[in-house]
Design a protein around this ligand. Structure first.
Ligand code: CU
Length: 332
């Protein structure tokens, strides 16, 4: 597939995923992501990590966030925190538009809210710092527990275009935010899927991202909803537990196991699967299960290659059919 507007995760995954503050040393064959993660700080106090993010105009009227000048993508980079840590974001607005960065799921003060109502946004060309805090679960009075911040969250612009600042989301200013609990299992690959109006990552089939993994690789899906339409996310041939991690915690874990989940504006979830586990390699679909949305272009391919990275039988043909290079006899 061409790459004429933005970069896809499969192509520059190593740049798009970052546990903030980690040393950017590339090591091991175990996967780039793991190499980018710092050891979790053992922290009563929690560590403060800093990252600079560049908001940029992209071809086609889109906008994106990136970790370096000229590297903005749709979606933006995956941002990760360890529960208890603080993330300090320096947002550089290289555009001529008002914009911001607004997180879900973490703690922040009004001046890091990112909304026009709190006057916390970057003016055109302005650089501004936003602080996101997270906390661990703790026991509270009355035999209750206060929730920690761990979860599959997301971030987005909240200032562009309109009084409520909805213009940036429509044009690609969004990304995944993962807050991990210490002890969580780390993935080898991450795929961000954003259902935004009738598009996936502001693309329509057959130009939707094709995500790739080798058989057995631990893959983390980060699903986010935006826009003005309700959707359902479905992944073929894989299933997950409908809980925080997507994994059953034990034989008595009551979580429902699912392969389809509502993905509505503002909501997000994530889960890990082992690519092709129990079903083998192949070109598996992911798509919105609202049928006319799927027909309208909200579909893509999860290509599970053989364990050695080679193409499994039939996958090339399936991809060609998806891309529309079909012989007419195909539907006969
Ligand atoms: Cu839909």
């Amino acid at each position: 597939m061409e790459d004429n507007v933005v970069s896809w995760p499969r192509q520059n995954f190593s740049r798009r995923s970052l546990v903030v503050g980690g040393a950017l040393g590339l090591t091991s064959a175990a996967g780039v992501t793991a190499a980018l993660r710092p050891e979790p700080a053992r922290a009563a106090a929690g560590a403060t990590r800093k990252v600079t993010i560049y908001a940029e105009a992209l071809p086609g009227g889109l906008f994106g966030y990136g970790l370096a000048p000229g590297k903005a993508t749709v979606p933006g980079p995956v941002l990760e925190m360890w529960e208890g840590d603080t993330l300090e974001i320096t947002l550089v607005n290289t555009t001529d538009q008002r914009l911001s960065i607004h997180p879900h799921g973490v703690d922040y003060s009004t001046d890091s809210d990112g909304s026009p109502f709190n006057a916390s946004f970057n003016k055109p060309g302005e650089t501004r710092t936003y602080v996101w805090r997270s906390r661990e679960m703790f026991a509270a009075e009355g035999r209750r527990f206060m929730p920690g911040s761990a979860g599959y969250w997301h971030y987005h612009d909240h200032a562009m275009g309109t009084e409520h600042g909805t213009g940036g989301v429509a044009k690609g200013l969004y990304g995944a935010l993962v807050v991990r609990r210490r002890g969580d299992i780390l993935p080898e690959k991450q795929f961000t899927v954003v259902f935004n109006d009738m598009m996936i990552n502001n693309r329509m089939a057959p130009n939707t991202p094709m995500f790739e993994a080798n058989l057995g690789q631990r893959v983390e899906w980060l699903a986010i909803g935006h826009g003005g339409t309700f959707h359902t996310f479905h992944l073929h041939a894989h299933r997950w537990a409908d809980n925080r991690t997507g994994m059953l915690e034990g034989p008595a874990d009551p979580s429902q196991v699912i392969d389809n989940k509502d993905l509505n504006p503002g909501s997000s979830f994530g889960f890990q699967v082992l690519a092709g586990e129990g079903v083998g390699p192949g070109a598996w679909m992911y798509h919105c299960h609202v049928q006319f949305h799927s027909d309208g272009g909200m579909a893509g391919i999860f290509l599970v290659r053989n364990a050695d990275g080679s193409m499994p039988p039939g996958a090339e043909e399936a991809i060609h059919r998806f891309q529309g290079h079909v012989h007419t006899a195909q539907h006969g």
